[in-house]
Design a protein around this ligand. Structure first.
Ligand SMILES: Cc1cc2nc3c(=O)[nH]c(=O)nc-3n(C[C@H](O)[C@H](O)[C@H](O)COP(=O)(O)OP(=O)(O)OC[C@H]3O[C@@H](n4cnc5c(N)ncnc54)[C@H](O)[C@@H]3O)c2cc1C
Length: 419
């Protein structure tokens, strides 16, 4: 029996951590909430960073919560503080600076950190950036006015966001991707061609099946050497090579981890009184009936709100079709449910229009629609979500395209990341 107010400790003040704290306070006015983060900022919207980089959003608009909000809600936020050790037996976390802190219930919402470019000359190179944190985005924003040429490495969403922002800023932008097309595990060749067309429309120079092999300093700029003959002297190099989950502190403990922290459908970990949420949670998803991780703002936000209720005693499964919506140069892309990225055995059908700029790919497991990617026109998105979440058996797969072409009440989705 706990006689004092329950003390909730949250590691990570991203979307998952902060929305969990908000929900805890709403549902339990008496509890103690301590939230710890090693960055120096209150919650800011990582999804807004690309628009800030493009120069279309002011720095102040990137913040979501300020310190006053935490004070008002009696959330003891400890910034620039790292959790260095957790003892599940003693129910304590050790922080630096700080020391030992007892918890009754613990939420791990530690997200991931970007993988650096590991090639000769990259370590410590000036003007070479990842794209995950506010500080590195600010440094890129400061560099852009004195830049003419940018190189981006990475064939996934972060690579895209960097490329789009640099091209928008009228830099000569080279986009290097290891694969033969963008999102090579989720898109097929026709889908990749659509993205290439949209990128070329935006003035981007594309370099597929290529990788950066070496970087040299050259009079305050960076000389980039590619594996297949690419050469450029860049003012700015951006890198999007995926994330490594922040789980190091739990190595050697009883907590079950794989790529992230393994949870069940209630976001409970393998250790009593410990939950995980957001990017770091490798949760059992009832919709796709498998464990997976999601790297989206909506997922982090919804996880945060949901897990708070479960930490307060509810035992409700988390049921949401994962979605990701983003711009795609002057068009849009939406990814829903499970694709061949997560489920290589999924079977798929695609459709592309005559212009070559509108594309739909549907993913099936047996007679169920489990996922879809739409590029260009977003008509049919709502229907796709309905079919995935209802797990409706589908007798004739190609007929789904006809369903998607039918008029909808809302034709275009609001961006999923505006939480
Ligand atoms: C540039 C960019 C663009 C994006 N665009 C989109 C988009 O268009 N749509 C979309 O849906 N999603 C997008 N995302 C992804 C989305 O922002 C993330 O999925 C979401 O923010 C993850 O939130 P989180 O709370 O799980 O983790 P995070 O925001 O990563 O927060 C985790 C926090 O925990 C801290 N931490 C880790 N370990 C420790 C420790 N030991 N001690 C103390 N603190 C620690 C970290 O420093 C971090 O501050 C984008 C991300 C980026 C970077």
């Amino acid at each position: 029996m706990i006689s004092h107010p329950t003390r909730f400790v949250i590691i990570g003040n991203g979307a998952a951590g902060t929305y969990a704290a908000e929900q805890l306070r709403k549902d339990d006015t008496a509890c103690e909430i301590v939230m710890i983060d090693d960055e120096k900022y209150t919650l800011y919207n990582r999804v807004s960073l690309p628009r800030y980089l493009k120069g279309v959003l002011l720095e102040q608009r990137v913040y979501v919560r300020d310190m006053d909000w935490h004070t008002k809600n009696r959330i003891d936020l400890r910034l620039e503080t790292k959790v260095t050790r957790v003892s599940f037996e003693e129910k304590t976390v050790t922080t630096d600076p700080g020391g030992e802190l007892r918890y009754d219930r613990l939420l791990i919402a530690t997200g991931g950190r970007p993988n650096p470019l590991r090639v000769t000359g990259a370590e410590g190179a000036r003007y070479l950036f990842n794209f995950q944190y506010f500080d590195e985005t600010k440094a890129m924003v400061a560099r852009i006015p004195e830049s003419k040429v940018a190189v981006v490495m990475g064939g996934s969403f972060i690579g895209y966001e960097l490329t789009e922002a640099f091209a928008f800023r009228k830099l000569e932008t080279h986009w290097i991707q290891r694969g033969p097309w963008f999102l090579r595990r989720a898109l097929d060749e026709p889908g990749g061609r659509v993205v290439s067309l949209l990128a070329q429309d935006a003035g981007v120079h594309l370099h597929y099946d290529e990788t950066i092999e070496r970087i040299e300093q050259a009079d305050g700029r960076l000389r980039v050497h590619g594996s297949k003959g690419f050469r450029a002297t860049a003012d700015l190099v951006g890198v999007g090579l995926g994330l490594t989950m922040n789980i190091d502190v739990f190595k050697g403990t009883a907590l079950e981890t794989k790529v992230g922290i393994v949870t069940n459908e209630f976001l409970e970990t393998s250790v009593p009184d410990v939950w995980a949420a957001g990017d770091v949670a490798e949760f059992y998803d009832l919709v796709s009936q498998r464990h997976h991780r999601m790297g989206t703002w909506d997922n982090a936000l919804n996880h945060g709100r949901h897990v708070a209720k479960n930490m307060l005693g509810a035992k409700q499964p988390y049921v949401e079709v994962p979605t990701y919506a983003s711009g795609m140069f002057n068009s849009n892309i939406s990814v829903m449910g499970v694709t061949t990225e997560e489920e290589p055995d999924a079977e798929s059908l695609f459709e592309v229009d005559e212009e070559g700029r509108n594309y739909k790919r549907l993913f099936f497991l047996g007679d169920r629609l489990v996922g879809a990617i739409l590029i260009g026109k977003m008509r049919g998105r709502k229907k796709v979500l309905e079919l995935i979440s209802s797990r409706t058996p589908i007798a004739e797969r190609a007929k789904v395209f006809e369903l998607l072409a039918m008029p909808e009440v809302t034709a275009r989705p609001a961006p999923s990341h505006e939480g």
